[in-house]
Design a protein around this ligand. Structure first.
Ligand SMILES: Nc1ncnc2c1ncn2[C@@H]1O[C@H](COP(=O)(O)OP(=O)(O)OP(=O)(O)O)[C@@H](O)[C@H]1O
Length: 247
């Protein structure tokens, strides 16, 4: 469903994503982890067609991104790390705008908007986007994506800014969608989310994938938490000890 081969992105001479390979099967939840600046957002932007790779191939839903970019974009959903919603619109106007662009079945989608709004406690669709808090915009953005029931959903740090109840509902909803065949690709710094939710995990560091597999494969027979594994693999454990000793 999601495939990347030899994917590379350079900004000038700086290699942000360095020759990575990824495969995510239909109906799986894939967690993409890595320290700040490792290349997660750059990868998501390439996989979703908003940033052209320097080299490499991307296939989503069996379609080559180079030749079928529009169809891919029509069938996927993307929740970016910063909610990008037009300030001058009211909440419901933004949802109508998205419905127009994607030419969705309005009756079905309107029902889903009601369900999702109730689930996330969104009772402010008549408010102007510019007057919404970060979390309120994030929830509007989530509704605008989930209401379309895309076949593949990319989420960059989806729980940031969400209150505990909304975050829990989002996690449960994503699991439910995956069990119905939706493919989910998410980045998170909250390792507990990755550990609990993801069927497979990849860790990227300085643009390279340094580990990939199920939690079981990553553990390799040892009884370690994902946090321990992550810090070991990204060689941050020693750093943390030294920093804490210095403070
Ligand atoms: N448009 C750009 N021009 C130049 N450098 C960029 C650009 N976008 C990203 N980078 C650099 O590429 C690297 C990877 O950035 P990216 O945003 O993909 O990291 P990330 O893993 O998502 O980090 P974080 O967890 O902090 O969000 C960083 O060093 C960043 O400064």
């Amino acid at each position: 469903m999601i495939k990347a081969r030899n994917l590379t992105k350079k900004f000038g001479s700086f290699v942000a994503v360095d020759n990575i390979d990824l495969t995510v099967e239909k109906g799986k939840i894939f967690g993409f982890l890595g320290p700040n600046g490792a290349g997660k957002t750059t990868t998501i932007r390439m996989l979703t067609g908003s940033l052209r790779p320097t080299s490499g191939e991307i296939e989503i839903l069996g379609l080559n991104m180079k030749t079928h970019e529009l169809e891919v974009k029509r069938r996927i959903g993307v929740v970016p790390d910063e909610p990008r919603v037009y300030d001058h619109l009211k909440g419901y106007e933004y949802l109508e705008f998205v419905m127009d662009i994607y030419r969705v079945n309005e009756k079905e989608v309107k029902e889903r908007i009601q369900e999702l709004s109730a689930a996330f406690g969104v009772n402010y669709l008549f408010k102007q986007v510019s007057d919404m808090s970060h979390g309120m915009k994030q929830k509007l953005m989530l509704i605008s994506v989930l209401m379309r029931k895309p076949e593949v959903i990319f989420l960059d740090e989806p729980t940031v800014g969400l209150d505990a109840k909304s975050a829990k509902i989002l996690k449960e909803l994503l699991k439910k969608y995956a069990s119905q065949g939706t493919t989910i690709f998410l980045t998170t710094h909250i390792l507990e989310i990755a550990e609990k939710m993801c069927d497979e995990i990849a860790i990227i560091d300085k643009g390279k994938i340094i580990a990939q597999g199920t939690m079981e494969t990553l553990r390799n027979g040892e009884n370690k938490s994902l946090e321990d594994l992550f810090l070991e693999l990204t060689a941050q454990e020693e750093d943390i000890k030294n920093i804490v000793e210095m403070l």
